[in-house]
Design a protein. Structure first.
Length: 105
């Protein structure tokens, strides 16, 4: 009976794994997409540092998912936010930019 119980438990775990992996395939990136997004993320961060300055770059977080860049963080001025968004949009491969940068009050 112990061997039978282990077999049932293994089958249940395998079934759960199959469900999770089908969800992951629908909602996550392939290895190539992940690598592309990581490279794009680095390019955007570098562009922000070059165009908006190191202080702005340090204050702005960059997340990239399938070519869509999301900028978050807190900056001192509208100009810093505008320059960060502008720099991100200029990077080749960026499909769109979501600006969630906030001003410090």
């Amino acid at each position: 009976n112990l061997a039978n119980a282990e077999g049932i438990a293994a089958a249940a775990v395998a079934g759960l794994g199959a469900c999770a992996s089908s969800e992951d395939r629908n909602n996550s990136r392939s290895a190539g997409e992940f690598t592309d997004d990581a490279a794009l993320n680095a390019k955007v961060k570098s562009a922000i540092a070059t165009e908006a300055g190191a202080r702005t770059s340090a204050a702005v977080n960059v997340e990239t998912y399938r070519g869509v860049v999301q900028l978050t963080g807190f900056v001192d001025s509208d100009d810093q936010a505008t320059r960060a968004v502008s720099a991100a949009k200029k990077v080749q491969g960026v499909r769109s930019v979501k600006n969630d940068i906030r001003l410090k009050r």
